[in-house]
Write a protein of this length. Structure first.
Lengths: 252, 217
């Protein structure tokens, strides 16, 4: 790939990020941090969700079944390890941006250690545990609003903040691994998708069996995303207090 | 005369001071006693909540053992267990939001039955996985006046840990909600039910139609 093209792609990502950030700011209410999920594009989102469901049914799910049946568990584990490893530079950068020293140290050590096997084998067998954090989480840390809920074709559910973070993360993670694994890059996205589909097949089946799978997925995603962000205790307490208030009211 | 008056005033001041001291002492001891009593009663409540979850898990393991050779467990036994431990009334109200008040008694009963069948289906679906797990209590905490959280984790054969949080009603230790890896079952069900009720303008019969349609699928 020549330099001009690379520059153009980076410019494109940058513009996308700016648009997303503007979108977050314009669509967010004053205090939607602890409120219900904001879904102003529900109609369009449902259409994209249908499309994604079709893609899952006819492409991803069969591919995942073949993957599960043909490959030995250890090989699948290796692939999982690789997809985890390849996303670690994003965590390292964002741990730094969030001043999460322990997470930064642990993720860096683990990344360097497993780079000896190109990430396919976890040399410390899961002993070093760190929290995966992306740029969306960093935006949350610096009080950017969550933004409206989106369903992105092929990628699935995202908040606008998370989606903007994804774009940045994708570029930084790939930049960090320029030479060692460049030949693996083109397989990264499909392999990651199939690996994740196999891992979460039970949850996906559960969602699909619901009378309103769209609402169920949105709830699972938002709960998981909000509670796994490395944000202040204050934010977490607000979430808990809000829920407790609701419960106490119902118990009166 | 003046000296006498001064002496009297001094005496009355001293008496006054003694009374204040007594009052402070009594108030302090009352506060200390109250605090101690509160702590003991909190500790008792937490212990009882923990016991309740231990008992629930034991009953669940017994149920899984008894039904391990069939795909579907004994429905009557499941209903007894659900009614013993779960606060179904709360769950129904919490998951249907503002529409609960408008629902007829028949619909309320139907909705509670739907929740029971949903819980049974979900346990039956995971009968095999539940066979080989162990449970460990980690912490308990009182939240406000009405809630107690019991935290714990379950481990499977491959040592995979899943974090759980049981939310109990402090009055009768009935289960209000369960969080599995920070995903609340009440929140998830609420989102699904409310979305359907909103679509059908609060009509519960249409909600049940949609539910049975998805079951047929």
């Amino acid at each position: 790939m020549n330099i001009e093209r690379k520059m153009l792609i980076k410019l494109y990502y940058f513009l996308l990020l700016i648009i997303s950030i503007l979108l977050i700011q314009s669509c967010s209410s004053i205090d939607n941090k602890v409120s219900e999920v904001s879904d102003p594009f529900e109609k369009q989102n449902r259409k994209v969700f249908k499309f994604n469901q079709g893609f899952d049914k006819y492409v991803l799910s069969p591919a995942s079944n073949i993957y599960k049946k043909t490959l030995h568990r250890n090989i699948r584990k290796g692939v999982s390890n690789y997809t985890e490893w390849v996303s670690t530079p994003g965590t390292i950068i964002n741990s730094g941006l969030q001043f999460e020293g322990e997470n930064l140290a642990l993720s860096t050590i683990k990344f360097l250690l497993n780079s000896m096997t190109l990430g396919f084998y976890d040399l410390d067998d899961g002993e070093t545990k760190f929290k995966k954090i992306d740029f969306g989480s960093t935006l949350a840390k610096y009080n950017f609003s969550e933004g409206p809920y989106l369903v992105v074709p092929f990628l699935g559910p995202r908040t606008t903040r998370h989606f903007s973070g994804n774009i940045i993360n994708y570029t930084t993670a790939n930049d960090g691994l320029k030479d060692e694994t460049s030949y693996l890059k083109k397989y990264e996205i499909p392999v990651n998708a199939i690996d994740k589909r196999t891992k979460f097949s039970n949850i996906i089946d559960d969602i699909n069996s619901s009378p309103d799978p769209y609402a169920k997925l949105r709830s699972y995603y938002i709960q998981n995303r909000r509670k796994n962000l490395l944000v202040s205790e204050d934010y977490e307490n607000k979430l808990i207090e809000k829920e407790e208030e609701e419960f106490e009211k119902l118990l009166d | 005369m003046k000296i006498n008056l001064l002496k009297k005033r001094k005496k009355s001041l001293r008496n006054y001071w003694i009374r204040i001291k007594k009052f402070i002492l009594i108030t302090l001891s009352f506060l200390i006693l109250n605090f101690a009593f509160d702590n003991t009663s909190n500790a008792n409540e937490l212990e009882k909540a923990k016991q309740q979850i231990d008992s629930l898990m034991l009953d669940l393991f017994d149920y899984v053992k008894a039904n391990k050779n069939s795909n579907k467990g004994n429905k009557d036994k499941s209903i007894i267990l659900i009614k013993k431990y779960l606060n179904l009334d709360f769950m129904a109200r919490a998951t249907s939001g503002k529409y609960w008040k408008k629902a007829s008694e028949e619909h309320k009963k139907q909705y509670k039955d739907f929740l029971i069948s949903k819980i049974i289906d979900s346990v039956d679906l995971h009968l095999k996985a539940l066979e080989n797990i162990s449970f460990e209590h980690t912490t308990s905490q009182k939240r406000g006046k009405k809630l107690i959280y019991v935290n714990g984790q379950i481990k499977n054969k491959r040592n995979r840990v899943v974090k759980m949080k049981w939310k109990l009603f402090a009055k009768d230790y009935s289960l209000l909600d369960l969080e599995v890896e920070k995903i609340s079952l009440i929140q998830s069900q609420k989102s699904e039910t409310l979305s359907l009720l909103k679509k059908h303008k609060g009509d519960f019969s249409k909600l049940f139609e949609e539910i049975s349609k998805s079951k047929r699928k």
